[in-house]
Design a protein. Structure first.
Length: 81
């Protein structure tokens, strides 16, 4: 499936807020959920790159926040680190 620059940006934004892939497909009104799921499972596909960047941004944010809390001596954050 071909994606516009706008769709790829929206995929990244939705993945950043941990929206499940099936819901991203529905929210973007894509023709085929199965094709979208295949695209994000295919290395090098622009949809996968956008999806993974959004997810990676969130994972990085969570790690950074957890380290920040651990430095402030938050017990649960220290335990997770």
């Amino acid at each position: 499936m071909d994606y516009t620059a706008e769709q790829l940006q929206k995929i990244k934004e939705l993945a950043h807020i941990l929206t499940p892939a099936s819901e991203i497909s529905a929210l973007l009104e894509l023709k085929s959920e199965d094709e979208f799921l295949l695209d994000i499972a295919t290395k090098g596909n622009p949809a996968r790159i956008a999806f993974m960047r959004g997810m990676a941004d969130t994972a990085n944010d969570l790690r950074s926040k957890n380290l920040e809390l651990a430095k402030a001596c938050a017990p649960s954050a220290i335990e997770q680190c």
